[in-house]
Design a protein around this ligand. Structure first.
Ligand SMILES: [Zn+2]
Length: 271
């Protein structure tokens, strides 16, 4: 996509996003007053196959709460319109503005956050997964064992939240390793305290691994919208709890907590 074209598309999406944000803030009054919010049609068109709305209010924000985890794969027909960040990483165009606001405010505090992974295609996720399988194979694992073990470290293609365009890994420029020490950086401290104000949550907290199926990742943020992020910040719930998803145990569940993106940084770069 050409740069100028991308920007104009992004700007158009900003307009829609702002309209939508305004509509959400005053959803009840606005919806009652005019019957239907014009931005809804635009918003719905961006994701052609959003989950079935459970209510009229939910129809506006279903895309923000898309659940992708080890037990809930991305719908096969999933599509998303992307916007590019300055470093070439891509995200769902509808979250671009709030992400930009968050990173700008973080920068304004004298901090240096770096988005090191964002949207991944199925092909990219498959490459990450297959590379992991191959490395395990090389050190003596049998094929099936290698696949099982690889799935503990890299999300099986189709089950990575990065494929939604709503998730991103952010690290401190001074410490770019994806491990638990990341939480000690000033950038993570700021993001953990403030990301909800922009509609983002730390998706895999240290104490929710059995529910999310993924171990602690003090770098992986997920856009859920300002309303849901504020509610989760207030209650301490993770996304599965907020959505009241039954806790999955036994078959299909990883035997241990795992990290879905704790691989060498160059490999996390989307193609
Ligand atoms: Zn991640």
């Amino acid at each position: 996509m050409a740069g100028k074209e991308a920007m104009s598309r992004v700007v158009m999406k900003h307009g829609a996003a702002l309209l939508l944000a305004g509509a959400m803030l005053t959803s009840t009054v606005f919806a009652e007053a005019i019957g239907k919010v014009p931005a809804q049609a635009d918003s719905a068109a961006l994701v052609e196959h959003a989950a079935e709305p459970s209510s009229e209010k939910a129809a506006d924000t279903n895309w923000q709460l898309l659940l992708v985890n080890p037990w809930n794969a991305l719908p096969e027909e999933f599509t998303v319109e992307l916007a590019s960040l300055k470093n070439g990483m891509r995200v769902d165009a509808r979250i671009y503005e709030e992400l930009n606001d968050m990173l700008s405010d973080c920068l304004a505090e004298g901090l240096h956050p770096i988005v090191c992974s964002a949207y991944r295609t199925q092909a990219t996720q498959s490459r990450l997964y297959n590379n992991k399988v191959a490395r395990l194979w090389a050190v003596g694992y049998k094929k099936e064992e290698a696949q099982t073990e690889a799935g503990r470290w890299v999300a099986v293609p189709g089950t990575s939240e990065h494929q939604t365009g709503l998730a991103l890994d952010i690290v401190a420029s001074s410490y770019q390793i994806l491990d638990e020490k990341q939480e000690q950086t000033a950038e993570q401290q700021w993001l953990m305290e403030n990301s909800w104000r922009y509609g983002f949550i730390l998706r895999y907290p240290s104490d929710k691994g059995k529910i999310t199926g993924i171990g602690y990742e003090p770098w992986h943020y997920r856009y859920v919208g300002k309303e849901a992020a504020a509610a989760m910040h207030e209650s301490g719930q993770c996304l599965e709890e907020y959505l009241q998803t039954p806790i999955q145990e036994g078959e299909g569940a990883p035997t241990e907590e795992r990290t879905e993106s704790n691989v060498a940084l160059p490999e996390t770069m989307p193609s």
